[in-house]
Each structure stands twice: as structure tokens, then as C-alpha cells.
Write a protein that binds this ligand. Sequence first.
Ligand SMILES: C[S@@+](CC[C@H](N)C(=O)[O-])C[C@H]1O[C@@H](n2cnc3c(N)ncnc32)[C@H](O)[C@@H]1O
Length: 223
Amino acid sequence: MPGNSRLVQSSQDGIHPSLQVLLARHLATPWRQPLADHSRLAFNSLSQWRRQRSECPLWMDSGCGTGRATVQLAEENPDVLVVGLDQSAARLERGRQRYPVLPDNALLLRAECADLWRLMVSAGWTLQRHYLLYPNPWPKPGHLQRRWHGHPVFPTLLALGGLLELRSNWSIYVDEMAQVLAFMGCSGSHGSFTASSPLTDFEEKYQHSDHSLYRLTYSLDCG
Ligand SMILES: C[S@@+](CC[C@H](N)C(=O)[O-])C[C@H]1O[C@@H](n2cnc3c(N)ncnc32)[C@H](O)[C@@H]1O
């Protein structure tokens, strides 16, 4: 089935020249934006859900959309807890209709990632795996701070630790993340890949549109 998804268009043709300076600023200055009350409530319900299960390792699918990867990962890995986070009530509602009964080790939660990650780190939580599957690319050069590696929450993402897996159809997003992680002393690899069976809706859509796909896996347990 051919798709009609457009390739990412950007006037940026390589790693953003301000990436290192921005990273240095974010590492030097803790991000103090106040946390929203609804984020605290979301973290409380996540904590309660987690307490009701044994102390299994925690995997997070941040920006999960309708939760397809969350469900698949949970089904394939019954010994871990998999949490799908998304800020979009509409996408999560579509997920609830699609998966009316979730595996017991899966949770779909409405929350803003940057807030929830900060609450998790403040509570001393760490992840075993963290999936960032097709995050919005924010391809305009002026939007660098909205990409996760250019965002002020980036040090918190690092502090959550675990094995980070990022997938994108924009190679520059993945190259930038790899550069920042290598600078931080983390190890891993990145490059193009073919998904034999799609893990997410966006992955499927991009495959049907013949887009190249890029993946990064890096250990964030790099001290
Ligand atoms: C391009 S979609 C990818 C969805 C899914 N991972 C997939 O591959 O099919 C990006 C998703 O990230 C969510 N998102 C973007 N920024 C977010 C944020 N700051 N906090 C939570 N969710 C966010 C959007 O609502 C959207 O569902």
C-alpha cells in the first residue's frame, strides 16, 4: 500500500551549529519551569499503578500516540512495566478504543513528557529502557530547543538513564542526538534501518511512503 507522507523539509542540512552551546547552557542551568498540577496528578496515578505491581523494571514509550508500541512491547516483555505517555487526549482515546483491554503490565497515561520526567527523577526513579519513537522533528532551525536533545529538560532525560531508543524519518534529528550523547560520554550506535514489521503507526506510514528510517540506541547509564 503506497503512502503519501511528505519527507521532512528543512533549511537545516546538517547538525545545528548552536547545538553544543545550547547543551552547555542546559547542563549549567537547571530548568525550573513550574510543574503543572495535572502533571503531579498524572505522576501520582503512575506511582499508584506501579506500586500495585511488583518492582519490575520500567520501560517508557514517551510520545506514544495511540500506544501501539506500548502494547506490543508489554506483550512481548511480560516481566517489565511499559508506560506510554502522550499529551494528546485525542490520540490516547483512539488508543483506548483500539486496545480496550491493555496487558496488565501496560499503562497509557496522558502527560507532558518534560513534566513527568522531572517528577520521576525527583522521586529517584530510573528507567531500564526509554523509547522516543518518531518524536515531532521540529525541523525549522529556530525550533532546535523543541527537539529533545535541545530542550532544557535534556539533562533530566539523561538522568532517567537506561537504554535509549530513538527512531525518526529525519536523519539530522538522530545525528544531533548521537552527537550530544557521545559528547556526554555515552556509548551506542545509530544509522538507517529497515523495520521488518512496524512498531508504530508513524513507522508504518513512513514505510508505506518509502521514507528512509533512522534509529539510535545508546546507553544513558554513562555516569
Ligand atoms: C509523530 S507522533 C508519534 C507517535 C508514535 N510514537 C508513533 O510513532 O506512531 C508524536 C507524538 O508525541 C506526542 N508528543 C509531542 N510532544 C509531547 C510532549 N511534550 N509530551 C507528551 N507527548 C508529546 C504527540 O501528541 C504525538 O502523539
